[in-house]
Design a protein around this ligand. Structure first.
Ligand code: 5RP
Length: 225
């Protein structure tokens, strides 16, 4: 368990911004789990909301705490989604998908009036690229997709589950985790280059979508970017 104080502080601060009647998007990961924990506490104190989850794990956590979870297809718009990130740069560009949920997280973020990002300070970087960049790929023809990525100069490996088998996303696809031996100079250009390979569903690069960023600090306080 790493940076739990910071993650908790960010999650709890984000939960304090949620108002009665909102439809709230739930991100995925250990920081988002603190947000859900704090929301559950607020619901016990009388807050009424509905939530849309980006993963089964987050939906389960929410339901356990009596949060009313609804389907994204059944709501017109999500008011606020709160989610973590693996890396975020000064332009609020991000790498996400450490938890393997970035495709649903991106759809949920785009269906929301605001995406609030909650991170500990280690996630704030001057440029993206130290973290692996997850690319979700259809199983059909996946060796060919890998070949075409490698031909374009990318290196990486298929993500595996804890038992060594291939990791399968909730969309039934594979994840190819790219690693960069240098900072990513132009994330948008890389994203578009990767998307050109048939079979690629999406990358874990996010742009022009993060609203407020809440950074949890070691003393349990937060700062807002
Ligand atoms: C899951 C994600 C997470 O938000 C990201 O991996 C950060 O996770 P954590 O809060 O556990 O560090 O994108 O797909």
């Amino acid at each position: 368990m790493d940076h739990e104080v910071e993650k908790r502080a960010a999650g709890y601060k984000a939960a304090s911004l949620i108002r009665d009647g909102m439809i709230v998007g739930l991100g995925t990961g250990s920081t988002a789990a603190y947000f859900i924990e704090a929301l559950v506490q607020r619901i016990r104190q009388g807050l009424h909301i509905r939530a849309v989850a980006s993963s089964r794990a987050s939906a389960e956590l929410a339901r356990k705490g009596n949060i009313h979870v609804v389907d994204l297809n059944d709501v017109p718009k999500v008011d606020i989604t709160v989610d973590g990130a693996d890396e975020i740069d000064p332009l609020k560009r991000m790498i996400k998908g450490g938890g393997g949920a970035h495709v649903r997280e991106k759809i949920l973020a785009y269906a929301s009036r605001e995406l609030i990002v909650i991170v500990d300070e280690t996630k704030c970087v001057s440029s993206l690229g130290k973290a692996n960049l997850p690319v979700e790929i259809l199983f059909f023809g996946s060796p060919s997709a890998r070949f075409h990525l490698e031909e374009r100069g990318y290196t990486g490996q298929w993500r595996t589950a804890s038992d060594g088998s291939l990791f399968i996303t909730e969309n039934g696809n594979l994840l190819f985790d790219l690693h960069f031996d240098h900072p990513i100079k132009d994330p948008k250009e890389e994203h578009l280059k990767i998307l050109q390979v048939p079979g690629v569903v999406d990358t874990g690069l996010f742009f022009d979508i993060a609203g407020r960023v809440i950074v949890g600090l070691a003393d349990g306080s937060t700062k807002l970017l």
